[in-house]
Design a protein around this ligand. Sequence first.
Ligand SMILES: [Zn+2]
Length: 315
Amino acid sequence: MKTCYHFLLTSSLIGLSILFPGVSHADTVSKPTVSEFCQEFSKKLRTVKYQGCMNFDLKTAELRSKENRLLTYREFKPDDPSNPAHNGRILFISGIHGDEYTAISITYLWMQAMLKHQYRSSQHWLFMPLANPDGLLGKNPATRMNANGVDLNRNFPSPDWDRWALKYWKHRYAKNPRRYPGPSAASENETKWMVEVIKKFRPDAIISVHAPYGLLDYDGPEYATPNKIGILKHRELGTFPGSLGRYAGEYLEIPVLTLELRAANSMPGEAEIVQMWQDIENWVQKQMPTLRARRSPEGTTALNAKPDQANSPQP
Ligand SMILES: [Zn+2]
């Protein structure tokens, strides 16, 4: 079934060179190495191998987690500079919740496949393999939240955050610590970093992986609604103050595809993992031209979206 990983198609163009200088901060603790990150990562998850992690040649943000872990990313760019058609940028975010082992593991496997066949892609991909390293690596067992006890998927700076995020948490979730949105919008380094990447990379679509609701959520224009990814069928989960869907999908108007795997601890079978990636690729190939066409070349339309375009939930 290896050939099934030949998911990436022809053509291409050199992707934009994106530099991430990061936000400077007065951090006197020495920066860990990628080797240390890969050692810790591979010890925690059976799927992740040290050498495989090293082979990604991961880049790192200036910002680090509270427990001084690296915030890492890897870009996969098409290598054909002669192709005038730039076919879009996809941001892939994994591990916003540290205790969703399968979501992080499956992303690692898909990144391995990308590494093998990267030049077949006509898109420019940017993967964040582990957006919440302290959540996965800081404690045993891992935690959904980061080391400050913040649910990063409630910490994005959606325009309604100040008005609703804490109220929503108190009333809707009865202060459930697993849904704590943080003291203020984008208070967390991990969130700041994701926001920075979204603004600089200007993705045409964002794909994120979670578990264990067993569905495919989508925030974006209706015509691009996916039917299914593998066995995951489309079902709206909705967005929340400070969630990635509310911030990027509704406010910035970047379509967000959220895969909710069926289990957080038990991986799908190999054939299913391959099928899911093929379905993701098919969705990207089919929808990217239209999704790109609706955005301005500089992506300024989305970045200048008015705050009052966001919906306000009832607390
Ligand atoms: Zn999650």
